[in-house]
Design a protein around this ligand. Sequence first.
Ligand SMILES: NC(=O)c1ccc[n+]([C@@H]2O[C@H](COP(=O)([O-])OP(=O)(O)OC[C@H]3O[C@@H](n4cnc5c(N)ncnc54)[C@H](OP(=O)(O)O)[C@@H]3O)[C@@H](O)[C@H]2O)c1
Length: 270
Amino acid sequence: MPLAPARYDHCLVTGASAGIGWAFALELAARGARRLTVVARREERLVELAARLGAGRASPSPEVRPVVVDLAEPDGPGRLVEALRREGAPPVDLLVSNAGFGRYGAFILRPWDDHRRMYQLNMLTPAELVHALWDELTAVPGRGVIHVASTAAFQPIPYFASYAATKAFLRSLSDGLWGEARPAGARVLALCPGPVPTEFGQVAGTSFRVRKVSTGADRVVREALDAYERGRAEVIPGFTNRVMRCAVRLVPLRLVLWGATKVAGVQRPG
Ligand SMILES: NC(=O)c1ccc[n+]([C@@H]2O[C@H](COP(=O)([O-])OP(=O)(O)OC[C@H]3O[C@@H](n4cnc5c(N)ncnc54)[C@H](OP(=O)(O)O)[C@@H]3O)[C@@H](O)[C@H]2O)c1
């Protein structure tokens, strides 16, 4: 059965104060979003985004509702859902679970709290959000979810071990939910970008030189929304990233780990 056209009336984007989430907000406005709930910790950035959207080409410009919440804390997703209910927000048509971070370095040398917050933000928060909003997301055909995973979901990465594990979880959850959402005419997409020039590297504490193989955030988002509209389960933006994905499938794990250690190890992790 063909899918109903994707609905963008009310879009909720987590991690919209920078990078890929910021680009999602702009592109969703261009694709007709009437209301955007944008979420992050830095309020001033969300206000700046709202101003930018207000001055944008979308006509009429979307209503932008910033919600400031720390989604790396266990009560974060609950507080976000509570804010939606308190405002009497209309049902969410598209949830973009994008907020996330990585931390570069040897697993044992990173404080436990870094790992805990990463597990919460990259895994538990998107899982709780999709659980809390599932009924409205599947009530009307054309609604759905985009989970921002990573090409790190396809292989373990020494010195980035926790991060890669969280993205493997998110991708697997997303693919499973794709099957569960389909009978209701809802879409679920796992977006798996390779390197994207954003604040991610600075937050992760890595100085990888990825510019040559990186894909811009706006292109990543356009490819993601095109794939979402077609009802795909996964998308890997960028030809090189798709080739790498195939290579990882074909090469024995030991070799994959040896290569990944070589690349990641040159960072002299602390
Ligand atoms: N850039 C890459 O190379 C790359 C590649 C593959 C996948 N990804 C994934 O893409 C997603 C977006 O990353 P990005 O590259 O756009 O990174 P970014 O520029 O660092 O943006 C991260 C966003 O997440 C928000 N965020 C971080 N911690 C948060 C928290 N505790 N509570 C609420 N919001 C929080 C940040 O806002 P505040 O700091 O204002 O809270 C920001 O808006 C992440 O899930 C990342 O894993 C990135």
